[in-house]
Design a protein around this ligand. Structure first.
Ligand SMILES: *[C@@H]1O[C@H](CO)[C@@H](O)[C@H](O)[C@H]1NC(C)=O
Ligand SMILES: *[C@@H]1O[C@H](CO)[C@@H](O)[C@H](O)[C@H]1NC(C)=O
Ligand SMILES: *[C@@H]1O[C@H](CO)[C@@H](O)[C@H](O)[C@H]1NC(C)=O
Ligand SMILES: *[C@@H]1O[C@H](CO)[C@@H](O)[C@H](O)[C@H]1NC(C)=O
Ligand SMILES: *[C@@H]1O[C@H](CO)[C@@H](O)[C@H](O)[C@H]1NC(C)=O
Length: 631
């Protein structure tokens, strides 16, 4: 993409300096940002001297130019001077796909706006497509990632067939975000083809080399999030001090510079056939099982990447009241020796029995299936102590526990109305009216807000789904099984016999990378809300023409995009019974929760505010969810 207007200036400077290191093809001096600090050095240093300061600035620029011109393949340079007590630190980063000549040309171009800052300006930055130049009186910005500035710039041309394009672009950016920090030089150029003869997408990511691998990862993650607004444009750039991310449907680097990042893709999703991104096409149950298998492997491999909530030492646990301890024999009698007829369910953590205590009180008794006993013994007590101190009207109460031999048993209050799935797509389908459903939606939000934000230890549930939402006598929701995930070894948390049914509630960052935060629950909550509105299971594949078909989340998105939200509403609901705007708003909230980037999902307390607010959501537009494609 030769743009003569942009080329003239750098070419002129380049030749006027008489350096000829090769042919200038395109130094990419399309300007993204140029800014001079508001402070002058005289505001900062008493004995500042602008003349000396400028000499120091010139010296760093000269030094940088020498380094990039003489050292092969050097695309990142810093330089510092402090003559006469006027310190200056300068950083220059050139895109790795540019030649030495282009880098020098880009540097010369970037030096111009910097020299034009008011005399004695204490710092400035210039970002071009091709390079990044910054100076300041302190070198602390060498370690900055996103603190100083963020720039996002989307191309003005939009893409037709946006859905497949967006998922493909998202997938590529996510892969870049993952691969770049692991590569020496922190720089990756890649390309990918949108399926069905769609366009090629070119992508590039780069971090400055003075930050750590994890800072690079965090920085790219921020830019990935900032980039979401660009994903239906033909190109986009997002940049901050620490990193640069760009994609375009036009090639902006030589073909021989691309690095195939398929190995990272494979590592992330294994080669068993699960690919995230793209639109769901034909899926069979067998393939879901393969995906499940792949998932298990990923989760095992990715343990190191888990951001887990601290285990063991629970702050303040010693001050908590201990749980009631039940004797094994009492529980055995209460459940008629854990008989089949008393069994009321089989969850991810073990079988659940209905039990009647000698005083007539009915309880739910959960016999945990745990494998790593040594580990569990250390944690079981403090964990159970913690859970038994969680009291909230939307959470199932833990009444006590029992520990005998290898048996670990939890005793909960009994909910005779069973779980939400039965009311949505089970034997009681259509039983709940809109008002009751809305109460359930709000109640789950209250319960989760308590676990995430109000209880003194943040508890991430990790397995929010309709089977884990019980209904009390007033049909108010009670979340079950919270806190238990912490008792399980990491790779066992979701892997029950029911796992395949849980896939649809799992957000992409947890499924692929095992990245755990409370936003995992937010995603699952969004899916549950869509189920409550539609009366459909999220793992049900509807094959019904092009636009109407697909999984629940996909259909919800397609209908939302066409402004036809209300088509999603359960036929069992009487249209005179609900306020169309309210239902629309709740659907949009659910879609905010299922956004692919965890950071952009609202928190539970924000969701409660949105739910209770009158009218539609203005200015909050969800981004398209990422669909799981199984090929
Ligand atoms: C700044 O430094 C230069 C060179 O050392 C000197 O000639 C000049 O007088 C100084 N200016 C001030 C204001 O101190
Ligand atoms: C710095 O370099 C620019 C351009 O090369 C020149 O115009 C300016 O006089 C120099 N400033 C100092 C203080 O040397
Ligand atoms: C840049 O964006 C990131 C993520 O969106 C944010 O955390 C950071 O505070 C932003 N920085 C500035 C200076 O706005
Ligand atoms: C897009 O931007 C370019 C310049 O960057 C301009 O020449 C062109 O007219 C713009 N196109 C539209 C459709 O706005
Ligand atoms: C890429 O190709 C160009 C010519 O098109 C060549 O000059 C350059 O050396 C090649 N770079 C690499 C890394 O192979």
């Amino acid at each position: 993409m030769l743009q003569p207007r942009n080329l003239l200036v750098p070419l002129f400077i380049f030749f006027s300096l008489g350096i000829l290191n090769g042919v200038v093809s395109e130094p990419q001096t399309h300007l993204l940002s140029s800014e001079c600090n508001a402070y002058l050095i005289s505001n900062v240093f008493q004995d500042s001297n602008v003349t000396i300061f400028n000499q120091n600035l010139n010296a760093t620029l000269q030094d940088i130019k020498e380094q990039i011109s003489t050292v092969q393949n050097k695309h990142f340079v810093t330089s510092q001077q402090s003559n006469g007590g006027n310190p200056i630190a300068t950083l220059f980063q050139c895109r790795n796909y540019l030649s030495v000549a282009d880098c020098v040309a880009c540097l010369n171009a970037a030096a111009e706006p910097i020299r034009q800052c008011p005399a004695g300006t204490s710092g400035a930055h210039v970002v071009y497509d091709g390079c990044f130049l910054r100076f300041d009186i302190s070198s602390s910005f060498f370690e900055e990632t996103t603190q100083g500035f963020n720039i996002t710039s989307c191309g003005n041309q939009t893409i037709g067939e946006a859905i497949t394009f967006t998922s493909e672009a998202q997938q590529m950016l996510m892969n870049l975000q993952r691969a770049t920090p692991t590569i020496t030089g922190f720089s990756v150029a890649t390309k990918t083809q949108v399926p069905n003869n769609g366009p090629l997408i070119y992508g590039f990511a780069q971090c400055i080399e003075t930050i750590s691998q994890s800072q690079c990862e965090d920085c790219l993650n921020s830019q990935y999030n900032n980039m979401q607004t660009c994903l239906s444009s033909s190109d986009g750039r997002a940049s901050s001090n620490g990193c640069f991310l760009r994609f375009s449907t036009s090639s902006f680097f030589p073909d021989n510079q691309t690095i195939p990042i398929t190995p990272w893709k494979k590592q992330a999703s294994s080669n068993k056939g699960i690919i995230i991104g793209g639109v769901v096409v034909g899926v069979s149950l067998a393939l879901i099982l393969i995906a499940l298998f792949a998932f298990i492997i990923i989760r095992r491999r990715k343990n190191a990447k888990m951001i887990s909530v601290p285990r063991g030492d629970i702050p303040g646990a010693s001050k908590l009241k201990g749980p009631v301890t039940f004797s094994y024999n009492i529980l055995k009698t209460a459940t008629k020796n854990f008989s089949k007829e008393n069994k009321i369910g089989e969850g991810g953590f073990g079988a659940v029995y209905k039990g009647t205590l000698s005083n007539g009180k009915v309880v739910a008794i959960k016999k945990l299936t745990l494998h790593h006993f040594n580990k569990i013994d250390e944690e079981f007590e403090s964990e159970v102590k913690l859970i038994s101190n969680v009291h909230h009207r939307n959470l199932v109460r833990l009444l006590g526990c029992c520990s005998k031999g290898h048996n670990r048993i939890l005793v909960y209050e009994y909910m005779k109305n069973k779980s939400l799935d039965i009311y949505l797509y089970g034997e009681k389908k259509g039983y709940l009216n809109w008002k009751q459903r809305y109460e359930v939606i709000l109640g789950i939000a209250r319960g989760l807000a308590y676990l995430h934000e109000e209880f003194h230890v943040r508890i991430i549930h990790r397995d929010i789904k309709t089977q884990n939402i019980l209904l009390d006598d007033d049909l108010q929701p009670r979340i079950a099984d919270f806190g238990l995930a912490r008792l399980m070894p990491e790779d066992k948390t979701h892997l029950s016999t029911r796992f395949a049914g849980t896939l649809g509630y799992t957000p992409p960052e947890y499924a692929i990378y095992g990245q755990l935060s409370e936003k995992v629950d937010i995603y699952s909550y969004g899916v549950v809300v869509l189920e409550i509105i539609s009366g459909e299971n999220c793992n049900n594949l509807e094959v019904d023409g092009d636009d109407e078909g697909g999984y629940l989340l996909q259909r919800a998105w397609n209908l939302y995009e066409r402004g036809m939200h209300l088509e999603l509403v359960d036929n069992a609901l009487n249209p005179n019974d609900y306020d169309a705007d309210e239902v629309k708003k709740v659907i949009e909230i659910a879609l905010l929760c299922t956004q692919p980037s965890a950071e952009t999902r609202p928190t539970m307390s924000e969701i409660m505010v949105l739910l209770q607010k009158k009218g539609l959501l203005e200015s909050m537009r969800p981004t398209m969810p990422m669909f799981i494609e199984i090929t």
